[in-house]
Design a protein around this ligand. Structure first.
Ligand SMILES: Nc1ncnc2c1ncn2[C@@H]1O[C@H](COP(=O)(O)OP(=O)(O)OP(=O)(O)O)[C@@H](O)[C@H]1O
Length: 271
């Protein structure tokens, strides 16, 4: 469980990135922070692993206030996937994936074996293990980024626009892969995106944010689509333009666009 309790963040230059934000992400669920650039999504996410400390308020992981935890140890137990994948360029794929387990004292041979398993889990051919990041496609790099985030078997995954830099087709593949992995592993995931379809596809709980991380609306995707709280939300999710709605198809709730195409499925929650 991740809990934000009335967090506020003012940076030293006076910028207030987060006014007053509270949220509980239950274990094994995916919460998505959805909002346009600069609304404070990344700042919120970084409070969880103490890359940013709130000016006031607190962030909790289960019964621990993260302010009481050592930041380095905390970061090792939380998976973090960034938009750029953030791989070390002079290390092979396998070494990138195995970084944290090796730092944690795992013998190299075991760490490599685990890295190969993780490459398979994220849909990569383990044959690329000895390549360098520059020898991969953007989509492959993002998959390696996900594998690396999973390497220490964290309960929590922070994903900051992880699929933002790849083309739409690869992005769909990566989203599906994440859904499959999540169905298997049931991590507690905080996911940041400005892509409405991605948010509705992946989130059990979606928070539409305005500037200052003010929550314009939160809830299940189907609720937000069916009943946008106000004009801001309606415009942001493009409801009127795309006329997104939900329908039950083959027993699952699907997101349908104006042309009747299925653009995604409403996550039923991993339980
Ligand atoms: N270190 C910092 N010092 C000063 N202001 C900052 C700092 N980091 C972020 N900000 C400001 O805080 C606000 C929120 O930034 P944040 O990166 O959290 O937004 P975001 O919603 O993640 O945006 P994006 O999608 O563009 O990454 C912005 O106005 C940003 O300029």
């Amino acid at each position: 469980m991740i809990r934000f309790d009335h967090v506020h963040k003012r940076f030293p230059d006076g910028t207030v990135a987060v006014e007053d934000f509270s949220l509980e992400v239950p274990s094994h669920q995916v919460a998505v922070l959805l909002g346009s650039s600069g609304c404070g999504k990344t700042t919120l996410m970084r409070m969880v692993n103490r890359m940013v400390d709130p000016t006031s308020g607190s962030v909790w992981i289960d019964d621990d206030n993260v302010a009481d935890l050592d930041p380095v140890a905390l970061r090792r137990r939380i998976g973090y996937v960034m938009q750029s994948a953030g791989l070390l360029p002079h290390r092979t794929v396998a070494d990138n994936v195995a970084t944290v387990p090796v730092l944690e004292g795992s013998p190299r041979r075991a760490a490599r074996r685990r890295a190969l398993e993780l490459l398979e889990l994220v849909g990569l051919d383990p044959g690329i293990a000895d390549r360098y990041p520059s020898q991969l496609s953007g989509g492959q790099r993002q998959r390696v980024g996900v594998a690396r985030a999973l390497a220490a078997d964290p309960n929590i995954l922070l994903m900051d626009e992880p699929f933002g830099a790849v083309d739409p087709v690869v992005r769909r593949d990566l989203q599906r892969e994440l859904q499959r992995i999540q169905a298997d592993l049931g991590k507690t995931i905080l996911f940041v995106t400005h892509d409405v379809d991605e948010a509705f596809l992946l989130g059990s709980n979606v928070l539409v944010l305005r500037k200052g991380a003010e929550v314009a609306q939160s809830g299940e995707p189907s609720q937000i689509m069916a009943h946008p709280a106000d004009d801001f939300v309606a415009e942001f999710i493009g409801g009127p333009r795309r006329r997104l709605h939900t329908e039950t198809r083959d027993g699952v709730q699907a997101v349908i666009d104006a042309e009747g195409r299925v653009t995604g499925f409403v996550d039923q929650g991993a339980g």
